[in-house]
Design a protein around this ligand. Structure first.
Ligand code: NAD
Length: 247
């Protein structure tokens, strides 16, 4: 039994990661702002899942919640899956500030608190995005935050290498979660389409023939947490079903 911290645990990719960890018999400290879905998640394995309803941009709340954990527990892994997206132009400062605080600054604060509690040979995995490698119109803050996670991954991998702790990022493209469905809703309205129809079209365009599931991403994260990945660090693993490999 190993101890893990997972952020963004109440929904989508984070939830799939938590469920795969508890299936393997591990204990998970699960963070999210979404209290309702966090409570539902806890019901899946009440003895193994410890839930913390916190806004990761509230640094005092992070400390209050996690200081007792890091004092009492040794962690094997930290998986950061929280994140938000919102279309905006380059001059919309408040949206920029909110996305950078949520996706980027909170990551540094969480890692500063949690890294000292990670055991030798442990793991850090950050959920970046394919938008950590390429751009998208009206998404400068999201793209900047996800590119920056790759910078943190490389620098922190070097910092933690003496303790044999690996630090990697996964970069999914189209994952069928609440985030993607909400992002597509406005586009669907403007085009007079439905979200399921847009999802079907995107799935068909992907060379491997379907959208990526949260469980697909959890599977890749499990690989990075496994003994097989012990010598893999500072890497960016793209999970896109071949979407980015040609025109
Ligand atoms: N869905 C996709 O297509 C896709 C593609 C690439 C990368 N990603 C990334 O994967 C990660 C998980 O996204 P998802 O698709 O599972 O979306 P999701 O919306 O289902 O899950 C994101 C979780 O983060 C939580 N969260 C958001 N703001 C928070 C805050 N301030 N404090 C605490 N928790 C907060 C949400 O409540 C939610 O549970 C994100 O970092 C996202 O950027 C998603």
């Amino acid at each position: 039994m190993k101890n893990y911290v997972v952020s963004g645990a109440a929904n989508g990719i984070g939830k799939a990661i938590v469920l795969s960890l508890v299936r393997e018999g591990h204990q998970v400290f699960a963070l999210d702002i979404d209290e309702q879905n966090l409570n539902l998640l806890k019901l899946e394995a009440p003895k193994q899942i410890h839930t913390y309803t916190i806004d990761v941009t509230d640094f005092r709340a992070i400390e209050r919640a996690l200081l007792p954990v890091v004092k009492e527990q040794t962690l094997f892994g930290v998986i950061l899956s929280h994140g938000i997206d919102n279309e905006h132009t380059i001059s919309e400062n408040s949206i920029w500030d909110r996305i950078i605080a949520t996706n980027l600054t909170s990551t540094q604060r969480l890692l500063s608190l949690l890294c000292p509690a990670i055991s030798n040979g442990g793991r850090v995995v950050m959920i970046s995005s394919i938008l950590g490698k390429v751009g998208r119109k009206n998404n400068s803050a999201y793209c900047a935050s996800k590119h920056a996670l790759l910078g943190i991954t490389k620098a922190l991998a070097l910092e933690l290498a003496p303790q044999r702790i690996t630090v990697n990022a996964v970069l999914p493209s189209w994952v069928d979660t609440k985030m993607l469905r909400e992002g597509l809703a406005q586009q669907a309205r403007m085009m007079g389409n439905t979200v399921p129809l847009l999802l079907k079209r995107i799935g068909k365009r992907i060379p491997l023939g379907r959208l990526i599931s949260a469980e697909d991403v959890a599977g890749s994260v499990n690989f990075l947490l496994s003994p097989a990945a012990v010598m893999i660090t500072a890497q960016s693993l793209v999970i896109d079903g071949g979407d980015g490999c040609g025109v």
